[in-house]
Ligand binder design. Structure first.
Ligand code: KE4
Length: 432
């Protein structure tokens, strides 16, 4: 294996740290969890990325989900060019926003109405405020290991006891904000039921990643999402599915379509912007009609529904709607996971497992696929970090953290998958 040259990335990283905290505009990009030099990229196309030193990588992050049709897809680029030539932003309504809202409603019928935002964080922040405004209640339940963007009231970890109120996970979040958030264990049905028994009438909302992707990929246990649905219905609380990551990533109808469970509100992001800044929140009409200007819950955004971002999103969603898109992506991802498990075993790496849902996947240096945050934290992070660098040096770009999911595009079929397998064979040998 030829040693990569990464001087330009290193020089850019050194330079970036002088003006940008950690040299990055989002913390995970700094390689803090895996160590080493973050690669500065100059170009992406299809399944590939090129860094500033000219090294090519098979990308398995896809910008954390958005690049599901492949980077710089010609149809997406053409749509963006056409939109941009007509002006970048009007701060006024456009036809495209209506088209996008109708497309999303047709694919996620629970989203009877919606509002576009410029990020997933804005979407979840708005959904929480809306649930509180709709119910007149303050308490929100979230789950350990789930991430919903950097919203003050959701940067919270479990309090001393499971049913007590949360403590901030970030400086700058007032304890009074965290006190309104209850943090439970993902997949802990009894804990949810006990919490509703104690606090039910004070709970405005439950927000959940219906398939978790921010503690690595963790599936909902049988009955978990159903329990959330029934407890919220009984207590009059709003069930929010945060599908920023899973929406149009796991299938054409999100996790709610796969599991046939109807949330009251859904948040979206990533894929619906096709790589441009975009988020959305939406759901039951009676709830959404509480949103300004028709209702008392204020929510706004200078670039919300931006015409260029909407064009990228619409072009992307039209491609993912093509017959067989998700069947192909889902099977390709599952086959990759199965092959990696086989190659790990063949190299003598026993504690390795993998899982996937649609086009998102999880790699775990543990004997079994995790079913909880505890399982994930018990996996061998050091082994993952060695694997990460062994793959990076062989031209495969994994998510730079043992606690992140991975993502493929439809353009990974064939040679890119073969390159991942070849690199993995050598990498597993190296770390065994
Ligand atoms: P953004 O504000 O980053 O667009 O979306 C926040 C968000 C909300 N909900 C879920 C389920 C999410 O996964 C995210 C963002 N995901 C991370 C990946 N772990 C984005 C990567 C990053 O933070 O740089």
């Amino acid at each position: 294996m030829t040693q990569q040259t990464i001087q330009t990335s290193q020089a850019l990283f050194d330079q970036a740290q002088k003006t940008i905290p950690g040299g990055v505009n989002s913390p995970v990009r700094a390689f803090g969890s895996v160590g080493g030099t973050p690669r500065f990229f100059t170009k992406a196309n299809g399944p590939y990325l090129w860094d500033a030193d000219g090294n090519r990588y098979v990308d398995t992050i896809c910008s954390w989900g958005p690049a599901i049709v492949g980077h710089a897809h010609p149809k997406v680029i053409e749509a963006v060019k056409q939109a941009a030539e007509g002006g970048l932003s009007f701060g006024a309504p456009t036809r495209g926003e209506v088209e996008l809202a109708e497309w999303v409603r047709d694919h996620l019928p629970s989203m009877e109405m919606m509002r576009l935002t410029s990020s997933g964080t804005e979407a979840t922040m708005s959904a929480i405020r809306l649930a509180r405004g709709f119910t007149g209640r303050n308490k929100v339940i979230k789950f350990e290991g789930c991430y919903h963007g950097h919203v003050d009231s959701l940067l919270v970890k479990a309090g001393s006891g499971l049913l007590t109120f949360g403590n901030p996970t970030s400086a700058g979040v007032p304890p009074s904000f965290a006190a309104e958030t209850i943090v439970l264990d993902y997949n802990d049905i009894a804990g949810v039921q006990a919490c509703f028994a104690e606090h039910g009438q004070d709970i405005a909302a439950v927000i959940v990643e219906p398939v978790a992707g921010n503690m690595n990929l963790v599936r909902p246990a049988p009955g978990f999402l159903e329990a959330l649905r029934s407890e919220c219905t009984k207590a009059g609380a709003v069930l929010i599915f945060d599908e920023v990551m899973t929406g149009f990533r796991v299938g054409a109808r999100g996790v709610q379509g796969l599991m046939n469970i109807q949330p009251d509100l859904t948040t979206l992001g990533k894929v619906i912007g096709g790589g441009m800044p975009m988020g959305a929140f939406g759901g039951r009409k009676d709830i959404m009609l509480k949103v300004a200007p028709v209702g008392p819950v204020y929510q706004a955004g200078t670039l919300s529904g931006n015409p260029v971002a909407v064009a990228a999103g619409l072009a992307t969603l039209k491609i993912v709607s093509e017959p067989g898109f998700f069947e192909t992506l889902t099977q390709m991802t599952a086959d990759l996971m199965q092959g990696l498990v086989q190659k790990a075993k063949a190299a003598g790496v026993q504690a390795f497992s993998a899982d996937s849902v649609g086009g998102m996947f999880g790699l775990y240096f543990s004997e079994q696929v995790p079913v909880s945050m505890g399982d994930v934290t018990n996996s061998n992070r050091e082994q993952f970090n060695r694997f990460f660098h062994a793959m990076l040096n062989r031209g495969v770009y994994l998510a730079p953290s043992a606690y992140e999911a991975g993502f493929l595009s439809i353009q990974h079929q064939g040679e890119p998958i073969a390159q991942i397998f070849k690199a993995a064979e050598e990498a597993f040998e190296e770390i065994a």
